[in-house]
Design a protein around this ligand. Structure first.
Ligand code: ATR
Length: 278
């Protein structure tokens, strides 16, 4: 899949911006939507270095683009660019979906993630153990708390998780060791899987119906999901959330229902390891 520097971007209707952007699954996912719905639209991958969001979005608007998705490291800068934001974007200070005409922005990452939990029968009130305190955890912790999930958390560098708890979830229990006892979900937001590393989870301590959820996805199950499977625990990877956040973006832009199965097939066409928040 080709990508463009923003100054050299051709005309189009929608785009994902990020740096790097070449890994993004969004172009093939949205192309699959357009094919399925018979829309004659183009969705481009456009590299925008940090600090150039304002100029780049102005240029894309001139070229006729209607909206963009933002990925790492631009979600916070895009939030600042937006004239107005809706929903959770305001409190996490990050936007992944923009309407260029109105300057409005939303964040579909956390809502997309919450939908996947419900699709696996994990309802608000359930206890989720969050592993990792990076950007992904920062978006999901406040969203889960607001939705009514009970939270426990662990991070390799404990002080970072204590900071997140102080900011977003003062009642979240921060553990010294990963202990899945009493948890309906163990959610891996760390990038350990990218390096092929597992985490020391003793699955024998978890309920049998626990859901092992890795935000990463790739061609093979991650080390984290292999560990869960070896203990006969069910697992899900980040591709479901990736599809759901993309589907919610498309629906927010157009009001048309997104064809999720075609999108998931498109994600799995090429499967280098990546995260569900794109
Ligand atoms: P993202 O934005 O994708 O969440 P990030 O902000 O780079 O990524 O955060 C990476 C997270 O993965 C951090 O919580 C990091 O732990 P530290 O805070 O201790 O650095 C965690 N992480 C990365 N590699 C890890 C590993 N091998 N084992 C455990 N945690 C790891």
């Amino acid at each position: 899949m080709s990508w463009f520097e923003w100054r050299e971007a051709p005309e189009g209707e929608y785009a994902v911006i990020g740096d790097p952007v070449s890994h993004s699954a969004s172009p093939r996912m949205h192309a699959a939507i357009y094919r399925e719905l018979g829309l004659d639209w183009r969705y481009r991958a456009v590299r925008v270095p940090a600090g150039e969001v304002g100029a780049a979005l102005g240029r894309l608007r001139e070229l006729g683009y209607r909206g963009v998705n933002a990925t790492v490291p631009l979600k916070e800068e895009v939030f600042v660019w937006c004239r107005e934001t809706e929903g959770i974007a305001g409190w996490v200070g990050a936007v992944n979906t923009v309407d260029l005409d109105s300057g409005r922005g939303v964040n579909t990452d956390a809502p997309g993630f919450l939908r996947t939990l419900e699709a696996f029968g994990v309802e608000p009130g359930a206890t989720v153990l969050v592993l990792g305190a990076g950007g992904t955890a920062r978006a999901l912790i406040p969203a889960m708390r607001e939705a009514g999930y009970r939270l426990r958390a662990w991070n390799r560098t404990k002080s970072k998780m204590l900071d997140l708890a102080a900011e977003f979830a003062p009642d979240m229990m921060v553990l010294d060791e990963i202990d899945p006892a009493g948890c309906e979900v163990v959610l891996n937001t760390t990038s350990a899987s990218l390096g092929g590393e597992g985490l020391a989870v003793d699955w024998s301590r978890s309920p049998e119906a626990v859901l092992a959820y890795d935000m990463m996805y790739g061609e093979e199950p991650t080390a984290f999901l292999r560990g869960a499977a070896a203990a006969e625990r069910r697992g899900v990877d980040g591709s479901q959330m990736l599809v759901e956040q993309g589907a919610l973006s498309f629906e927010w832009w157009t009001g048309k229902p997104a064809p999720r199965e075609a999108m998931l097939r498109a994600v799995h066409e090429r499967t280098e390891s990546h995260s569900g928040s794109d």
